[in-house]
Design a protein around this ligand. Structure first.
Ligand code: SF4
Ligand code: SF4
Ligand code: FES
Length: 264
């Protein structure tokens, strides 16, 4: 007689039911596996055990297993998360754990997606423009300004925020016009940087955010902030201030007059 399916306890170890998406760009399906779980393990450990014991060709991307490389992003029971930072203890032993690839990006194979959309968007944002007349070592900033950009610099580029944002999650057609929260945050960081001299060199980061990178599509739902593993307050500290600055600029009478004169 075969053993009954489902979880089986064995001391502190137990067998969990995992439902994992297998397939490629042409299609795929969820498959069930029973995998051993030990105390203290995370979802990535179980995926590795599954790969070692039952599905040797399962594709999964990871590097650090410490929440720092941003490679192991996936959807676990429908929620975008890092596999290496999701403890098995958050699930009941008899709960089925479903692991699927990030939904907003094309699947390469199994749990691996093609995230090149993000690299394309990164390349579209002009980098920091150094202040003229100052050499390296002569830059001075107030600690308050350093602290502000340090929050954004914690980003590990896991792209979970990009994957979650409803503007692109269900609307592939918006991808061209919308940079997504990670890259709008990058524009905000540069725009707040007291030494960035983009404006002096003729680059208006605020209007570029609005007109070229789709800032107006963001309706500040904060879903991106909720999934950020670095707890960066993307919406409150980057997107809302950037929106406010863009609006201030648009309705500033001096800017309006300047634009009008320049257009003549
Ligand atoms: S706050 Fe804006 S960028 Fe973030 S998920 Fe919502 S719409 Fe997308
Ligand atoms: S902002 Fe947060 S969620 Fe978005 S890519 Fe960076 S670390 Fe990941
Ligand atoms: S393996 Fe590096 S963040 Fe998960």
């Amino acid at each position: 007689m075969s053993a009954a399916p489902g979880p089986k306890a064995n001391g502190s170890a137990y067998t969990a039911r995992f439902r994992v998406w297998r397939g490629d760009a042409d299609g795929g399906e969820l498959r069930d596996f029973d995998v051993e779980v030990h105390e203290g393990e995370v979802v990535l450990d179980i995926i590795h055990r599954l790969q070692a014991t039952q599905a040797n060709d399962l594709a999964v991307r990871w590097n650090c297993k410490a929440g720092k490389c941003g490679s192991c992003s996936a959807e676990i029971n429908g929620r975008p998360r890092l596999m290496c930072m999701t403890r098995m203890s958050v699930f009941a032993p008899d709960e089925t754990v479903t692991v699927t690839p990030m939904r907003a990006f094309p699947v390469v194979r199994d749990l691996v997606t093609d995230v090149s959309f993000n690299y394309t968007k990164a390349r579209e944002i002009p980098s920091f423009v150094p202040p003229p007349g100052l050499r390296a070592g002569e830059y001075r900033m107030r600690q308050e300004d350093v602290g502000r950009s340090q929050e954004f610099r914690k980003c590990i580029e896991c792209f979970l925020c990009q994957n979650t944002c409803h503007v692109v999650r269900d609307h592939e057609e918006n991808k061209q016009a919308f940079a997504g929260p990670r890259f709008l945050m990058r524009i905000a960081e540069l725009d707040m940087h007291p030494l960035d001299s983009a404006e002096e060199s003729g680059l208006d980061r605020k209007s570029a955010a609005q007109e070229e990178h789709g800032l107006g599509y963001c309706n500040i739902t904060k879903c991106c902030t909720e999934v950020c593993p670095e707890n960066i307050k993307i919406t409150d500290n980057a997107l809302i201030p950037l929106k406010e600055r863009a609006v201030d600029r648009k309705y500033d009478p001096l800017v309006w007059l300047g634009n009008k004169i320049r257009r003549r």
